[in-house]
Write a protein that binds this ligand. Sequence first.
Ligand code: GLN
Length: 451
Amino acid sequence: ECLDRIEQVDADVHAFLAVDAERALQQARAVDARIAAGEKLGPLAGVPIGVKDLFCYQGLPTTAGSRILQGWIPPYNATVVDRLLAAGLVILGKTNLDEFAMGSSTETSAYGPTRNPWDLERIPGGSGGGSAACLAAFEAPLAIGTDTGGSIRQPASITGTVGVKPTYGGVSRYGVIAMASSLDQPGPCARTVLDAALLHEVMGGHDPADSTSINAPLPGMAAAARKADVKGLRIGVVRELGGEGYAPGVEQRFSEAVDLLSSLGAEIVEVSCPHFVHALAAYYLIMPAEVSSNLSRYDGMRYGLRAGDDGSASTEQVMRLSRAAGFGDEAKRRIIIGTYALSAGYYDAYYGSAQKVRTLIARDFTSAFEQCDVLVSPTAPTTAFKIGERLNDPVAMYKSDLCTIPANLGGISAASFPIGLAPGDGLPVGLQTMAPAMADDRCYLVGGALE
Ligand code: GLN
């Protein structure tokens, strides 16, 4: 049914970059055989899933949304992909994303934008717009994404779906193409809170192949999603994430959701996180600095696109031409900003200062979590905007992640849950929850209560 649905709608939505119907059907039959042989599989066995095209999946091209990796077929699976297959999930294909996960609209993909199933003239959010749109268009019941500054949560908010950014180190990054390694975190995308929790439990947990993976048991997320009880939970509304620049429809739905949580027995407190106002600025130094280092491996020599190799060109010429042809504008912008921020003489002023701000933001979280169990805010300041609207204004685009970036800088857990449609434009709105590291279950408690 999912394959049929993809056939029907994906020419319009363009959530998928590659679909491997034959292999998906093979995997589904293999699950039947495992069950027939008496193997006890978990609750997601046989469930189809879309995989963001940033995860290595053996045998199918992995492009990261970039021309520079066009046609590259990974020789190995990401740990998360192996875990999906072991649990019997059926991989439909690879979903579209902004180039190297850089963007908030899926418009920087070298393979064309994904459209929002709610309104095909609008963006589905980004960078994981393909993973979110395939859920909203009912092409798949589950998907996986990665979140460096909001790429799971913001598309979830924009498409009326559930998206979770686990605690940094809670889900393995092995085999996930790196954007900014100290911020990147894979996580689940789903249409319901319990589905997301079950997928999170399949994906997550310690992986010796990832040196930043946390070696501790995950909290009980499916149990929390089922419990869905916020009685006595202290919920902090972040004062700095609201007001000017936030769409009235978003603020209205958000305050109604907070009232609902209060009527369900949660204790609502207002909390101030004074350094959050600097989060965007710090992120747009730390992230490009790490991008400039991670993307230096794409040189046209080892894999991916090679341009200008006519037999007489020098190595430097081939590298220059390959990068010029292979990277899009946004990737180039960030490589240049990051290289500048890291260069001698500027390092302390830019990168060093940004790292200090990062510490201050982490301290804001620590003191906030002394006053409450969970923090909440809108996930994104606005609902889905029109395709093309912010493409020539990078700063307007960057502001889409105002609310989501602090959680990445702090390494804590966070999620976005749908809270209805904005009065006015009738488009989905999301509520963000943020909980301390390794207390991801608290996000699911709140999400379950709101559902
Ligand atoms: N939109 C943000 C950016 O462009 C976040 C991207 C992400 O989380 N991968 O960097």
